[in-house]
Ligand binder design. Structure first.
Ligand code: HEC
Length: 174
């Protein structure tokens, strides 16, 4: 290699190495409060359920305003899934899976509504509203009483009909 080529090769190396050493300089450190805003998953046992509370009656009026257009009056279904009822799963694999006949944990209802509904405006509901809607849907399905409030203590205790219909992949995580 000529001296000229060697110098060129070394300077390319130096430039590349310089970039690597400096790093791409993207992003910034994230703090605990910022993580908390995204860390909203609720596991089956309800760990992490926020403060707040709501009754089926409170949920009924929120549902009428923010949910019925897609899920139908009284949860009976419309353009989108019914949130009440469902045939027994013993009818076969083609049976439509619903909250009442399929979902194993009540806490999933809180998690799902909070993160994903209303479909066009997810994460706009307050925790009280999510508890109330959860209570309303559970009461529609006769899984809780009409006056039972749902909150971080009561919701995890609601046993769903299909609770034992699954083989848990990670039993120690339940
Ligand atoms: C613009 C239409 C729309 C609105 C409004 C809406 N949803 Fe939904 N909802 C959907 C769609 C679409 C799905 C199915 C999403 C998917 O692919 O899982 C769904 C799914 C659900 C499910 C899961 C149903 C199941 O059996 O898997 C629940 C529970 C639910 N919505 C609750 C609500 C609640 C409570 C509200 C009111 C705060 C609401 N939704 C408002 C469109 C809507």
């Amino acid at each position: 290699m000529s001296t000229h080529k060697l110098t060129a090769a070394l300077s390319i190396f130096a430039v590349n190495f310089g970039c690597l050493a400096a790093g791409p300089n993207l992003g910034k450190p994230i703090d605990a409060a910022e993580i908390a805003a995204w860390d909203i998953s609720i596991p089956p046992d309800g760990t992490g359920l926020p403060p707040g509370s709501g009754t089926p009656a409170q949920g009924a009026s929120i549902y009428a305003q923010k949910c019925a257009a897609c899920h139908g009056e009284n949860g009976k279904g419309a353009a989108n899934a019914a949130v009440v009822g469902g045939a027994a799963l013993t009818n076969g694999i083609d049976t439509v899976k619903t909250i009442a006949n399929f979902w194993p944990y009540s806490t999933t209802l809180f998690d799902f509504i909070r993160r994903a509904m209303p479909y066009q405006q997810p994460r706009t509901l307050t925790n009280d509203e999510v508890y109330a809607l959860t209570a309303y849907i559970l009461a529609l399905n006769k899984l809780i009483g009409e006056n039972e409030a749902m909150n971080a203590q009561t919701l995890p205790k609601v046993k769903m009909p299909n609770r034992d219909g699954f083989i848990p992949r990670f039993p120690d995580k339940l």
